[in-house]
Write a protein that binds this ligand. Structure first.
Ligand code: ASP
Length: 463
């Protein structure tokens, strides 16, 4: 017999079926044993009686089993209206154990108790945590969002292009993860903080409309809502202006919400465009929460923030730093180049998207005139030699013909968490790290054998 999924049992009443899955629950009731069997499609009640009793008594929650039996309709009051398969049950005729299981360190079959379990324990045993239907739902939502984005942008004539992980630093203002280059003692790759430079180089390459669902890496001291590796929907467009990008993102999000979370509603469409100045004056933040009812879990308040200052003063570095990143164009490139605007006063072509008080996207129209780029380096006190060393490849590329371009990156983890109604982005990531960037399940980071370190030319400093 071929295995069928639990969700399909409702179409097989009075027929024999073969099911495979995990024991979700196990209870004895006089001369009967009830087992809830779980597979990827759902949960169903299985009844064991008579000659099946002895074997059924041996199995325990989370064992992996194969059950043959007949699908039987459950009478009136025995129906479980809260489950899609609650109208039927299986009367077992055969039971085969495929894998026994230890008692899980927290109950997989009780959502409330699992939620009360310490998050560290859940992360250490993430493969058990993910067995819970609610976690599976979060991953399914994430997959749907990714799928939707791919289809939408492909139909908007974008090309999905993958860019490298082993690369050279790209400036997004965070510390970088570094990877020693075994074949080049003393040299390092760094993991990208974002595909920023590659996507701009793809514009030089004539791709014109690029997107990628990209992993980004930032070695920052973690805050509750940050992860050392996270996912962005990254895109870039040639021959574009701000409004084209904002309108595209707005159209994508409105259709995404309609298709993937129809129960949600958006506070205002078109999304309001609020200047940075206005946001700071009226909302005291550049991530305003524009929802009408902040207690309505289905309300999504999107707002674009525009007209950011080009630079901000960093107390830590005692100098001006880019508000966004150093490829962002000032609003009046000619005036800026001529020195008509003071750097502190300059407004940029940066834009952000805020959702319910969180920043979920940021982007800008870029500088495509290298003279202007050099002026930015000058203001940021990046010397000619350093600029050439760090960004010479961009300079060279731009000298072969660069279209005006701009783009945006949308933080998918935060967006999906909000859509899923989760306040913690770890809940919508399969294998997240702790706040101090540890992977408790794999036990990473770890020490490495000396031979491996030698090969990578690494010597560990004694404390
Ligand atoms: N690379 C930028 C970021 O990660 C986004 C962009 O400018 O497109 O924030």
């Amino acid at each position: 017999m071929k295995r069928i999924l639990i969700k399909d049992t409702i179409n097989k009443i009075n027929e024999p079926v073969l099911l495979k899955g995990w024991v979700h629950n196990h209870r004895r009731l006089g001369k009967m044993v009830f087992v809830d069997l779980r597979d990827r499609s759902g949960i169903i009640q299985v009844l064991f009686m008579d000659r099946m009793l002895e074997k059924a008594n041996q199995i325990r929650p989370e064992w992996v089993v194969e059950i043959t039996g007949k699908v039987v309709e459950r009478g009136g009051k025995n129906k479980n209206e809260s489950s899609p398969t609650g109208g039927v049950e299986i009367h077992a005729t055969e039971l085969k154990v495929l894998s026994e299981a230890l008692t899980p360190p927290f109950p997989v079959n009780d959502e409330t108790k699992a939620q009360e379990t310490s998050e560290d324990l859940r992360m250490k045993y993430r493969y058990l945590d993910l067995r819970r239907p609610s976690m599976r739902q979060n991953l399914a939502l994430r997959a749907k969002v990714n799928q939707f984005i791919r289809n939408f942008l492909t139909s908007e004539d974008f090309l999905e292009v993958e860019t490298p992980f082993l690369t050279k630093g790209t400036p997004e203002g965070a510390r970088e993860y570094i990877v020693p280059a075994r074949n080049f003692p003393g040299k390092f790759y760094v993991l990208p903080q974002s595909p920023q430079q590659f996507k701009q180089l793809l514009m030089v390459a004539g791709i014109e409309r690029y997107f990628q669902i990209a992993k980004c890496f930032r070695d920052e001291d973690q805050r509750a809502d940050r992860q050392p590796e996270f996912t962005q929907l990254d895109l870039e467009i040639s021959f574009t202006e701000r409004e084209e990008i904002l309108a595209l993102i707005e159209k994508m999000i409105i259709s995404l919400v309609k298709e993937v979370c129809p129960e949600k509603h958006i506070t205002r469409t078109p999304f309001p465009r609020i200047t940075y100045k206005e946001a700071m004056e009226t909302h005291k933040t550049d991530k305003p929460d524009i929802r009408k009812d902040k207690n309505d879990k289905n309300e999504l308040g999107f707002a674009f923030i525009i007209d950011f200052p080009l630079f901000e003063y960093s107390e830590a570095e005692k100098k001006l730093v880019p508000s966004h990143h150093l490829f962002t164009s000032p609003q009046d490139p000619e005036g800026f180049l001529k020195g008509e605007v003071e750097p502190e006063q300059a407004i940029s072509k940066q834009y952000d998207l805020a959702l319910n008080g969180f920043e979920v996207a940021g982007g800008s129209i870029r500088i495509h005139d290298w003279k202007l780029q050099e002026k930015i380096f000058e203001i940021l006190k990046i010397g000619k030699t350093e600029a050439e060393k760090r960004f010479g490849h961009m300079h060279k590329a731009f000298s072969y013909g660069v279209p005006p371009h701009g783009g945006i990156a949308l933080g998918l983890d935060r967006l999906i968490a909000i859509l899923a109604g989760e306040s913690n982005i770890r809940e919508i990531m399969a294998f997240p790290k702790t706040n101090d960037a540890k992977d408790l399940m794999m036990d990473a980071p770890t020490e490495l054998p000396k031979a491996q370190l030698d090969e990578a030319h690494i010597q560990i400093k004694k404390k």
